[in-house]
Design a protein around this ligand. Structure first.
Ligand SMILES: [Zn+2]
Length: 221
């Protein structure tokens, strides 16, 4: 472990809970074959979050912005990234912000942005091995979020035939050539999106990032 860098959990598979094993320069999941590893901090805090931003290069790490006064970043992760052995380019990032809302009480908002074929968004959403595609646009979008100068349409995915009984709403769209997933718990928190929601790349927040609070119960995924 390098001094000054927060500890991370052992590498994971982006798609499942099976612990991957090192295979030469690669990582292999029993279920999914060769994978790009998922990195999560052992504890969520400012230093590990900044390390994720540094390691992710051009790949954004998105936060709902501005965050409400009692809201905290309760989780984050990335797939790939960094400069150590067996790392390479970042393919996906995840954040979870949690806090109170007037309508729903405690709410978790998970944001995943990923390249096609990674599978982290579908795992977090609990929708099996679903890969979004052009069929999304056969229906009108359920919501829009603002990302930079872009208004990004998001489509809701049905969770009724998924095995998981998690109470959540799942929205997915495309921004900057990557899939953008929003998972809101409980499901009724989707009503929060009626307001004009903004997502920001945390890497572009600058000094205000030090005002962001970290910690609190991590959501299961
Ligand atoms: Zn796997």
């Amino acid at each position: 472990m390098t001094a000054g860098v927060d500890p991370v959990l052992p590498p994971g598979c982006p798609r499942c809970l099976v612990e991957p094993v090192a295979d030469g320069q690669a990582w292999r999941c029993d279920e999914h074959g060769e994978i790009t590893p998922l990195w999560r901090p052992a504890e969520v805090g400012y230093a590990g979050f900044v390390e994720q931003l540094r390691a992710s290069g051009e790949h954004p790490t998105l936060l709902p912005w501005p965050m409400g006064p009692a809201w905290t970043v309760t989780d984050h992760a990335r797939v790939g990234g960094g400069s150590g052995p067996r790392r390479g380019r970042t393919l996906a990032t995840l954040t979870c912000c949690s806090g109170p809302s007037a309508l729903d009480g405690p709410v978790d908002v998970l944001v995943v942005t990923e390249e096609a074929g990674v599978g982290l968004g579908a795992r977090v959403a609990g929708v099996g091995e679903h890969e979004p595609g052009p069929q999304l646009e056969e229906r009108p979008p359920a919501a829009r979020v603002r990302l930079g100068h872009q208004s990004v349409p998001l489509w809701s995915l049905s969770t009724s035939d998924a095995a998981s009984d998690l109470d959540r709403s799942v929205l997915v769209g495309e921004a900057g050539g990557r899939w953008l997933w929003l998972v809101l718990r409980p499901a009724s928190a989707i009503l929060l999106l009626r307001e004009d929601w903004v997502l920001r790349d945390a890497a572009e927040l600058g000094p205000v990032l030090v005002e962001v609070a970290f910690g609190g119960p991590r959501p299961p995924w």
